[in-house]
Design a protein around this ligand. Structure first.
Ligand code: NAD
Length: 312
């Protein structure tokens, strides 16, 4: 299959590399020149707990215009950049092209629909974890399931074929007939864990060790669930708070992506996670004070990255 990865960072390289290893024709597209050069000269290196995978048969480019239409585009830019990246990548889409988002946050599907065309866009979530170590190098930090689905529900031929392609490549994949519910279920986990860990500096598991952070987690999730319910979203789990609590415990030693972003002084995905709940809550007349505070705290943290530290 001819596949383009739009945004070849931690996750893009993981999926792109694995699909290339399975013999697919993969092109990695990323704006980071040094990374693209390293990929083309030395290949991709994926560090795993028990081995290092080296993938040579992979091409990388800095702009989508350097490649033509493909059968599958996997979008893996940060969710705040989806619309801009999609506009630049319209040339990748032919009549039959599938555009798959496995990103976190809210709004990716809608943005891709408006730029690429609704009929092309399929969505899902990933349970994998990955970290970008440097040009051409990632660490595959955690393994999980990939779940994909059609926006309209149902099991189309193309979604079944894509799940089978992924499974053959070693990416364990299931099909969901409730893909928006799936995305919201993942969103709730991010709403409960990401901003709170980024504000406190805690690892995921520590959030549930203290009544203060656990009650804030519950409050942020309750607000998000009220928003979801009023939008008619049907979660994939019975109790979103318990689900999030279990994930925090299972990934106790992990630093969330938002905490990592704040530590590295990078832009976070706050606007499409807690910020999206605030935006929707305000539109729908639902009180979202905890998400509003978390969003403001992270936003001001981003704005002050470049201020030098000094005693107050
Ligand atoms: P990342 O920052 O490692 O990678 C994003 C890449 O996109 C970067 O290399 C960047 O240079 C590139 N980019 C930016 N603008 C671009 C453009 N216009 N065109 C092409 N490339 C561009 O991010 P990531 O950790 O791989 O995360 C990607 C998405 O997956 C996010 O939504 C994230 O929340 C989600 N996700 C990440 C993980 C994880 O463990 N890293 C797990 C699950 C979901």
């Amino acid at each position: 299959m001819k596949i383009a990865i739009l945004g070849a960072g931690a996750m893009g390289c993981l999926y792109g590399g694995t699909l290339a290893e399975a013999g697919h024709e993969v092109v990695l597209i990323d704006v980071w020149k040094e990374h693209v050069e390293a990929l083309n000269t030395s290949g991709l290196q994926i560090e795993e707990p028990d081995r290092i995978r080296r993938i040579e048969n992979i091409r990388a480019v800095t702009h989508p215009s350097e490649t033509g239409a493909v059968e599958l585009v996997i979008v893996f830019v940060k969710a705040t950049l989806t619309e801009q990246a999609a506009r630049e990548a319209f040339c990748l889409v032919g009549e039959e092209t599938m555009v798959l988002t496995l990103q976190n946050g809210l709004g990716n599907v809608e943005k891709l629909n408006s730029v690429m065309g609704l009929s092309h866009v399929i969505a899902g979530t990933t349970g994998h974890g990955s970290t970008l170590l440097g040009p051409g190098r990632i660490r595959h930090a955690g393994t999980g399931e990939t779940v994909i689905g059609e926006q309209s529900g149902g099991r189309s031929e193309r979604i079944a074929a894509l799940a089978s392609t992924f499974n053959h490549a070693g990416i364990a994949t299931k099909i969901s007939e409730n893909v928006m519910g799936l995305i919201w279920t993942k969103l709730i986990v991010n709403v409960g864990i990401n901003a709170l860990t980024a504000v406190t500096g805690m690892r995921n598991g520590q959030l549930v060790d203290y009544p203060e952070t656990e009650s804030l987690m519950r409050a942020a999730i309750d607000e998000a669930c009220a928003v979801a319910r009023s939008k008619g979203i049907c979660f994939e789990v019975a109790d979103p708070f318990e689900h999030t609590r279990n994930i925090a415990k299972k990934t106790a030693e992990n630093r969330s992506s938002m905490l990592q972003d704040v530590m590295a002084k990078r832009r976070t995905e706050i606007s499409v996670i807690n910020g999206a709940i605030v935006e929707l809550g305000e539109k729908l007349g639902i009180a979202v004070p905890v998400n509003a505070v978390l969003t403001k705290l992270i936003t001001v943290r981003e704005k002050t990255y470049n201020l030098s530290d000094g005693a107050a």
